[in-house]
Design a protein around this ligand. Structure first.
Ligand SMILES: NC(=O)c1ccc[n+]([C@@H]2O[C@H](COP(=O)([O-])OP(=O)(O)OC[C@H]3O[C@@H](n4cnc5c(N)ncnc54)[C@H](OP(=O)(O)O)[C@@H]3O)[C@@H](O)[C@H]2O)c1
Length: 267
């Protein structure tokens, strides 16, 4: 796999302060990319930027932003352009989920989840894609999930948001395939990050992938020009189940599997 592909290009990674986003940043730095790191935690981003500049002699810029705010994607574009930077590759990675009975979480939480997982991702893609098309290179990696492949009881809103990300991303890949840009939906399964404590998942018996392995597979798939990648052989096989079994059967299986992962509701 060509490690030189990203050398000298500028990559914007959202959600770069931890987990898969941080692993993307470290991997890209090692491949010689210059970085624009974004998330809410300015201190964590600044520490990571210092470390990567020192170790890899690359340029790293930090733009702290809360992507739940409706104007944040546009503001991020304005701030990046005002700094004289342009983005070759956008990694839309920031996102969160909640494992819960649908009615066990607040509407505010769902509002925020949809704003971050869907609205911000669509807006950032819309804002940064035109420059990539004008240059006829670069592209977008959108982080979806294995939860995108079937309706998932007990993470209903999250899985639907990731189904959107997968469908949207593959559609764009079909639309812009001939224009020199790459567009990839990366679909990780359970990965060992802060996601799981934020999501309140009962992780008993779960086998986690490392965020480093997920980022490496995602970047390699992007270089290969794939439009989607499910990380992990077992996850790939599971993603095929909705093509083999009836939808009702798949939903029943997932409901049985996931019921034990959430707090009973009402308590
Ligand atoms: N871990 C898994 O099992 C798993 C599986 C499938 C898919 N995914 C997807 O992978 C992506 C990365 O998640 P992760 O597992 O690496 O979890 P994570 O460690 O919790 O990272 C999430 C990142 O998103 C940022 N973020 C959260 N809210 C934000 C906001 N309002 N505005 C801007 N940035 C925000 C966080 O930084 P700040 O808190 O500093 O803002 C953090 O950098 C997500 O899209 C997630 O849905 C994860």
């Amino acid at each position: 796999m060509s490690k030189k592909f990203f050398a000298g290009s500028t990559v914007l990674v959202t959600g770069a302060s931890s987990g898969i986003g941080e692993a993307f940043a470290r991997n890209l730095a090692n491949r010689g990319a210059n970085l624009i790191l974004s998330a809410r935690s300015e201190d964590k981003l600044a520490r990571l930027a210092d470390e990567l500049r020192e170790e890899y002699r690359i340029s790293v810029h930090v733009f702290p932003v809360d992507l739940i705010l409706p104007e944040a994607p546009q503001q991020l574009l304005v701030n990046i352009k005002a700094s004289g930077l342009s983005v070759d590759v956008l990694v839309n990675n920031a996102g969160f989920g909640k494992w819960a009975h649908f009615l066990g979480e607040s509407l505010d939480t769902y509002d925020q989840m949809l704003s971050l997982n869907i609205d911000a991702l669509v807006k950032l893609t819309y804002l940064f894609l035109p420059d990539m098309l004008a240059r006829g290179k670069g592209g977008v990696i959108n982080v979806a999930s294995t939860a995108a492949f079937q309706p998932a009881p007990y993470i209903a809103v999250y899985s639907a948001s990731k189904a959107f990300v997968l469908s949207f991303t593959e559609a764009l890949a079909g639309e812009y395939r001939e224009r020199g840009v790459r567009i990839l939906a990366l679909c990780p399964g359970y990965t060992d990050t802060n996601f799981n404590s934020i999501a309140n998942v009962n992780a008993e018996g779960v086998r986690f992938a490392s965020p480093e392995a997920v980022a490496e597979a995602g970047l390699n798939a992007f270089v290969q020009g794939k439009s989607y990648l499910v990380h992990g052989g077992q996850n790939y096989l599971t993603s095929l189940l909705p093509r083999i079994l009836s939808r009702a059967r798949v939903i029943k299986i997932v409901a049985n599997m996931f019921k034990s992962k959430v707090t009973p509701w009402p308590a």
